[in-house]
Design a protein around this ligand. Sequence first.
Ligand SMILES: C[S@@+](CC[C@H](N)C(=O)[O-])C[C@H]1O[C@@H](n2cnc3c(N)ncnc32)[C@H](O)[C@@H]1O
Length: 255
Amino acid sequence: MDSTAREHMHRRRANFARRTADSHAAFFLPHLRPGMALLDLGCGPGSITVGLAAAVAPGPTTGVDRDPGLPEGGHDITLVPADVHDLPFPDASFDAIFASALLQHVADPLAVLREARRVARPGAVIGLVDADWDGELLHPTNPVLQRSYELMRQMRAGTSPFVGKRLRSLLAEAGFERCEGYARATHHGTPDETRGIGEFTASLFGYPASALRMVTEGWATREEMAEIQGAWRAWGEEPGAFLARFWCEAVGWAP
Ligand SMILES: C[S@@+](CC[C@H](N)C(=O)[O-])C[C@H]1O[C@@H](n2cnc3c(N)ncnc32)[C@H](O)[C@@H]1O
């Protein structure tokens, strides 16, 4: 990986690492009890995982990700590099299973939830939180920003950016019961927040692998991507800029 790619990866990871159990798992924390064995699927940099681990301690916490990590500090958490479609655990291993912002990145979320169901003990609780690109509010907007959404959808083909609204139904289909769904909106409406999300979105169009793909697939030219990056940075500096999007949540229990 070259230095630009590494810088983009670090920026994306830093963005996820701001998430905590309080910010992204408040709906799930009331269901956790000390002594539970907890599994965080797609734990990423582990910033949410540590908060969940504190809620089930002294029960064991395991984080699974293709590239798992943990924040600084001594955390009693087992990290397992693995694919969430094929978990290296026996049936009925966990009392609580969690996944934040994972299912939007896979082609078949139901397959992942069936695997989660396999490793859930009888009575285990599962909590999911994920974005849904429907219903996003953006102000102000313009044709360049709108075009960036079109390209982002093309880039995400084969994944599930509209999974949020389906979480409750997918849990039921995977064999969980008493499933409930909720939603909250995240918002970017202060100068720091709009600058941050503007810069983050711009970086998606500067990420070397994405840029190369968009050009080689003939979806966009490098000039167009540079224009999109500029438009997102300019949007972030607009005094009235505002962006809000839905994050959907669901809980259910293994029979
Ligand atoms: C958007 S990040 C979310 C990280 C963390 N859960 C959070 O909310 O901050 C998505 C994570 O899912 C992981 N991931 C995606 N598909 C995966 C798969 N098939 N198996 C394991 N991990 C996967 C990625 O490596 C990434 O760390």
